[in-house]
Structure formats: C-alpha cells, structure tokens
Design a protein around this ligand. Structure first.
Ligand code: HEC
Ligand code: HEC
Ligand code: HEC
Ligand code: HEC
Ligand code: HEC
Length: 222
C-alpha cells in the first residue's frame, strides 16, 4: 500500500492537488481520471468564448482605441514587463476625465472612486485556473501580438473573450507559433497585416530570434 502511495506522488507532482480526490481512489483510478482530464484539457470543450460581463462603467475600447487611437500600454502598462497586464487605476482615467466629460453620468463611479480612493470594481473577463502559470511579457516581447489571444479589442464596446484559453489552445500555438509572430513594434497594432506571407515571415522571425515555446508540463504548471 505504501508503495502505491509513493507511486501516486511520483505521477502527480504537487501542483496537481486538484487531482487529490483521484489519488485517494488509488493508482489505477487516478491514472484513469488523469487520462480523462488531460484529454479534456486538450479538447476545445472547456471554453468561455463569448463571455462579456457588464462592467461598472461602460468603458469602450472601440472609442478609446479604435477612434481616439490610444495605445494599449497607456493603460495596461505592465504588459511588456510582468506576468500580468495591469488594469489601470482611476488616476489614469482622470488624466483626461478631470476635464473631458467631467459631468458625464456614465463616469460617476470613476469620480466616486477618485474621491474615496476605492478602486472601480472592474469585472474580470479572462481568468485561467490558479494552477496554470501564464506570463504576458514572455509572449509580447517575443512578438506575439495582443490580437492573437484577445481578438480585435479595438472594435469592442464591451470586452469579450474570443479564445477558449484551454490547454489545447495554448499548445496549438506552442507547437506552431509561426502563424502568430510579428515584429515587436506591432504587438499592440491590432489591425496590422504583414506585407508578405505570414508563414514566411513567422518562420524567419522564429529562426532569427530563436523562438521555441516549451511544451513540457512544468512550463505552465509549477
Ligand atoms: C484608457 C485605458 C485603456 C486602454 C488604452 C486599453 N484598455 Fe484594455 N481595459 C481597460 C479597462 C478599464 C479594462 C477593464 C474593464 C473592461 O474589461 O472593459 C480593460 C480590460 C481589458 C481586457 C480584459 C481584461 C480582463 O478582465 O480579462 C483586455 C484583454 C484588454 N483590456 C486589452 C486591451 C488591448 C489589447 C488594448 C489595446 C488595443 C487595450 N486594452 C487598451 C482600459 C484600457
Ligand atoms: C487620453 C484621454 C482619455 C483617457 C486616459 C480616458 N478617456 Fe475616456 N474618453 C476620452 C474622450 C476624448 C472621450 C469622448 C468624449 C466625447 O465623446 O466627446 C471619452 C469618453 C469616455 C466615456 C463616455 C462618456 C460619455 O458620457 O459618453 C467613458 C465612460 C469613459 N471615457 C471612460 C473612461 C475610463 C473608465 C477611463 C480609464 C480606464 C478613460 N475613459 C480614460 C478620453 C480619455
Ligand atoms: C499568448 C496569449 C496572450 C497575449 C499575446 C496577450 N494576452 Fe492578455 N491575457 C491572456 C490570458 C491567458 C489572460 C488571463 C490570465 C490569467 O487568468 O492569469 C490574459 C489577461 C489579460 C488582462 C487581464 C489582466 C491579467 O493580466 O490577467 C489584460 C488587461 C490583458 N490580458 C491585456 C493584454 C494586452 C494589452 C496584450 C497585448 C499587449 C495582451 N493581453 C496579450 C493571453 C494573452
Ligand atoms: C499565439 C501563440 C501562443 C499562445 C496562444 C500561447 N503561447 Fe505561450 N508562448 C508563445 C511563444 C511564441 C512563447 C515564447 C517562446 C520563446 O521565447 O522561445 C511562449 C512562451 C510561454 C511561456 C514562457 C516559457 C518560458 O519558460 O520561457 C509560458 C509560461 C507560456 N508561453 C504559457 C502559455 C499558456 C499558459 C498559454 C495558454 C493560456 C499560452 N502560453 C498560449 C506562444 C503562445
Ligand atoms: C502551454 C501551456 C500548457 C502546457 C505546456 C501544459 N498545460 Fe495543462 N493546462 C493548461 C491550461 C491553460 C489548462 C486549463 C484548461 C482550462 O481551464 O480549460 C490546463 C489544464 C490541465 C489539467 C486540468 C484539466 C481540466 O480540465 O481540469 C491537467 C490535468 C493538465 N493541464 C495536465 C497537463 C500535463 C500532464 C501536461 C504535460 C504533458 C500539461 N498539462 C502541459 C496549459 C498547459
């Protein structure tokens, strides 16, 4: 029995604590369960595509980016340097809205947040399970643009999740990143299209920059 247990621990590293109920069932059951969940992880069924929660302020990316031409990094200013792409603090909005539309009813929660110091309660749209490790800077600094994972945010009145964010989806690109690589200066230009064939460009960028997205489990589960 002891041997069985250590076997289990070997098969399931610490991050798989989600699988603990399976481990209790025993090696065979555990393996079966793992096979099922891995298969599920690889499948496109697990998906929140289309999720577009109502936000406390009707902030529009279509207006601020599509029409006013702002760059993503004005607000999501950590995206090139850290794992997370920060949601902007109220101060960032107030840089303009102290004077622009300073009487707008739509902006009342922003003005209240500014005077109380309590942040606006934005509702999270994209949300990976806690056992998955993701890093923005590792992607955007290698030439994967926002559009590959978030779609045309610059045309959205309400942010909508457009990709499944499933394990199969991550791995599909990690196996064949060529279709998604662009020169880093265009990562936030969502409507950018290459003048040449995307695959030819992607292959060249991959080779010159030595881009090799890892596929081993501990890249994303640690
Ligand atoms: C003026 C500031 C501002 C700019 C510029 C901006 N955003 Fe945002 N973004 C926000 C705010 C505020 C939210 C949270 C509310 C929401 O989801 O609409 C947000 C939310 C998001 C989300 C969803 C976050 C989540 O909860 O999953 C994504 C993805 C996103 N922005 C991408 C972009 C991209 C790509 C660009 C550039 C094309 C961009 N943003 C430009 C302010 C901005
Ligand atoms: C660079 C300047 C700038 C920044 C920064 C900015 N906005 Fe705006 N915002 C504008 C302009 C310009 C308009 C359009 C005003 C108009 O239609 O005349 C606008 C319009 C709006 C409106 C519509 C208001 C109405 O009554 O129609 C909302 C809501 C809004 N912004 C929210 C935000 C939020 C939330 C942030 C911070 C995440 C933000 N804005 C940051 C410039 C900015
Ligand atoms: C390789 C895919 C990928 C790329 C490229 C990408 N994102 Fe994301 N983004 C994600 C995923 C996945 C999440 C959810 C992360 C989580 O739940 O931990 C996310 C979440 C976000 C969030 C919510 C805050 C956070 O970090 O969780 C914002 C804002 C955002 N992305 C903006 C951007 C912007 C702006 C760009 C381009 C400069 C960009 N993203 C490029 C996949 C990507
Ligand atoms: C559109 C393509 C694409 C998608 C989708 C994508 N990745 Fe990546 N990923 C890459 C590329 C390209 C790299 C950089 C590889 C390099 O630097 O050699 C990378 C690197 C990474 C790294 C850093 C690896 C390291 O140690 O340097 C992590 C972690 C990662 N990806 C996790 C994820 C996760 C989790 C998802 C899904 C939620 C995901 N990726 C989706 C293309 C993608
Ligand atoms: C490129 C990133 C990436 C790599 C590499 C990766 N995974 Fe995952 N994995 C994910 C993501 C993202 C999810 C969450 C899927 C979801 O929420 O639908 C996930 C989910 C899972 C789950 C839970 C499935 C479920 O539906 O609950 C298991 C088990 C799993 N992965 C095992 C593995 C194993 C074993 C490996 C190595 C062969 C591996 N993963 C490699 C990104 C990755």
């Amino acid at each position: 029995m002891n041997e069985d247990k250590s076997n289990n621990i070997f098969i399931f590293p610490r991050w798989t604590s989600v699988l603990r109920p399976a481990i209790a069932i025993g090696t065979l059951g555990g393996l079966l369960y793992a096979t099922v969940v891995v298969a599920f992880g690889f499948s496109p069924w697990a998906t929140d595509v289309g999720y577009a929660p109502v936000q406390p302020v009707p902030y529009s990316h279509a207006l601020h980016i599509g029409q006013l031409g702002m760059d993503c990094r004005y607000c999501h200013n950590t995206v090139e340097h850290t794992a997370a792409a920060a949601i902007p603090p109220t101060q960032t909005c107030m840089n303009c809205h102290k004077t622009v539309r300073a009487a707008s009813e739509q902006l009342i929660p922003v003005f209240e947040s500014y005077s109380t110091g309590m942040p606006v309660e934005w509702v999270r749209v994209h949300d990976l399970p806690d056992y998955v490790f993701f890093n923005h800077s590792a992607h955007v600094r290698r030439g994967v643009g926002c559009v590959s994972c978030h779609g045309r945010i610059d045309t959205m009145e309400v942010v909508t999740q457009v990709k499944p964010l499933s394990m199969g989806w991550c791995l599909e690109c990690h196996r064949n990143p060529e279709e998604h690589l662009r020169p880093v200066e265009f990562i936030t230009q969502l409507d950018w299209v290459p003048e040449e064939d995307q695959l030819a460009l992607g292959r060249r960028l991959r080779e010159t920059n030595n881009i090799n997205p890892p596929q081993d489990c501990n890249t994303c589960h640690r």
